[in-house]
Design a protein around this ligand. Structure first.
Ligand SMILES: *Cc1c(COP(=O)(O)O)cnc(C)c1O
Length: 475
């Protein structure tokens, strides 16, 4: 399997070569040259596999340059019960007879980012060991990416992490998780501004090839290819678990829909990959909060990213994103995987601030299966309350955005799965507001809230950031 750029300007490369980047040298995003496909019989042959073994099979379709036994060893370490609280790694929990949760938050930082990042930690270490050298990961987080990256790399000697977070925009628990780490290779940088400001600095650094080479900079943001591919695994897992009890004939015609609480379009992009590969997903339901740029796109066909001043601070903060980096990979498919057309579209976007695909509006739904919706703080509170009081299931505000929008897109005979993107313990305030109950913090994490915190504060200034990295990079 070779990888190319959405903008057509990159020599095809292998999985190991593009793993750390995601961003192609021509400014596009790396995508598979052709999407691998999974035949029905092959899907069936995976039914008895546990999660790590299934992950090795699915990732093996993307990482064809890594020998299968090595991949199997990596997924076994990444998805072990040492790190995941649930025996199944990814449990399926019914809320009622139409809607179930796919439990993606059993990992060390209680959010779905662990699903991808745990694999990436193993894969990056594997590639570095073969190639020699070190890596300095520079990332930006709106909350959950940062801790997932730091927990995935804290024990990797050849990797340092520099994580930018927007000052005062994360929950107490999220802050405690990140800032309590004491490894000298972990650098937390609290920056003025919002997530998109931090992301803009990263883009500037990524464009400075000299700086990047000199300080061995890599990225693990949500455009990272290793993350997207690792996320396709649980869509395959979901299909298998939903059909375990069905007869052979029932399986032939089975379809399910998935609702994905979305921000940077990474998680749902993996769903689009899985659907393209042949997993029988009927609808990919995109759920957004008040920052509803993507909901607007899938309803109207017009993509109009917003500036950071126009990005609201909400009670589902990991979705407070108004410029969805990964959308380019989907648009690449939408324009017939034509790099030239994609470049033209992005030139229009850069010049006018808007992309008009309203003449593709029907294809978004009928060909690609995308529908969408959004919610408000009051919706989240009502959904958390109702899901708890009526069904005894406690959910976090992002998953609540998902459950609310999922209920607007139910179809007879089509099971609906909502991706549980975080545990309620990470967002206690809104959970208490909705239910009057304190969300339970797992035993092994209780010390966190009172642990000493270590963080560097920085103004919204790229030079300061460069200086800090130059001084602390692992070379
Ligand atoms: C990252 C995150 C999201 C958004 O996922 P994307 O891949 O950026 O669309 C939603 N919910 C939670 C809890 C997250 O951490």
């Amino acid at each position: 399997m070779r990888y190319i750029s959405t903008r057509g300007g990159m020599e095809p490369a292998s999985f190991s070569e593009v793993l750390i980047e995601g961003l192609a040298p021509d400014g596009g995003l790396v995508v598979p040259a052709t999407m691998p496909t999974i035949a029905r019989e092959q899907l069936e042959s995976w039914r008895r596999l546990d999660y790590p073994s299934l992950a090795a099979e699915v990732l093996g379709m993307f990482a064809t340059d890594i020998p299968r036994p090595d991949l199997q060893a990596m997924t076994a370490r990444a998805y072990s019960t040492d790190k995941f609280a649930n025996e199944a790694i990814v449990p399926v929990t019914p809320i009622d007879d139409r809607v179930s949760l796919l439990g993606l938050s059993e990992g060390p930082t209680l959010a779905f980012k662990d699903m991808a990042m745990q694999f990436l930690g193993e894969a990056v270490e594997y590639v570095l060991q073969r190639k020699g050298g070190t890596l300095n990961i520079v990332g930006a987080t709106s909350g959950d990416t940062g801790s997932a990256a730091e927990y995935a790399f804290r024990d990797k000697d050849s990797v340092a992490v520099f994580m930018l977070s927007p000052q005062g925009r994360m929950s107490d628990f999220q802050r405690a998780q990140m800032y309590s780490l004491t490894e000298p290779t972990i650098h937390n940088i609290a920056m003025e501004g919002v997530f998109d400001d931090a992301q803009n600095h990263l883009k500037a650094l990524a464009g400075d090839l000299d700086f990047k080479r000199r300080y061995r900079i890599g990225a693990v943001n949500s455009i990272n290819l290793g993350r997207v591919t690792a996320q396709t695994v649980y869509y395959v897992w979901a299909y298998l678990r939903l059909t375990d009890e069905l007869s052979r004939e029932q399986r032939e015609s089975f379809e399910f829909s998935v609702t994905v609480p979305s921000g940077n379009f990474g998680n749902i992009l993996a769903g689009h990959f899985a659907k393209s590969m042949g997993v029988p997903v009927r609808r990919l339901v995109l759920a957004s909060n008040e920052n509803n740029v993507l909901d607007e796109f899938f309803r109207t066909g017009v993509y109009r990213p917003r500036t950071s001043e126009n990005t609201y601070l909400t009670s589902s903060p990991s979705m407070d994103i108004s410029k969805a980096s990964n959308l380019e990979r989907f648009i690449f498919d939408l324009v017939g995987r034509d790099g030239l057309r994609l470049r033209e579209a992005w030139a229009i976007l850069d010049a006018s601030g808007e992309l008009d695909f309203s003449d593709h509006k029907d294809a978004l739904r009928e060909t690609y299966g995308f529908v969408s919706g959004s919610s408000t703080h009051d919706d989240r509170v009502a959904t958390i309350r109702e899901t708890f009081e009526d069904h005894g299931v406690l959910i976090d505000p992002h998953t609540a955005d998902g459950v609310k929008v999922a209920r607007e897109h139910l179809e007879d005979g089509v099971p609906m799965l909502v991706l549980e993107t975080a545990k309620p313990a990470k967002f206690r305030e809104i959970v208490v507001e909705a239910t009057g109950e304190e969300p339970e913090i797992p035993e092994h994490l209780r010390y966190l809230l009172s642990a000493e915190q270590r963080v560097v504060e920085m103004t919204n200034d790229e030079r300061a950031l460069r200086n800090y990295i130059a001084e602390h990079a692992l070379l």
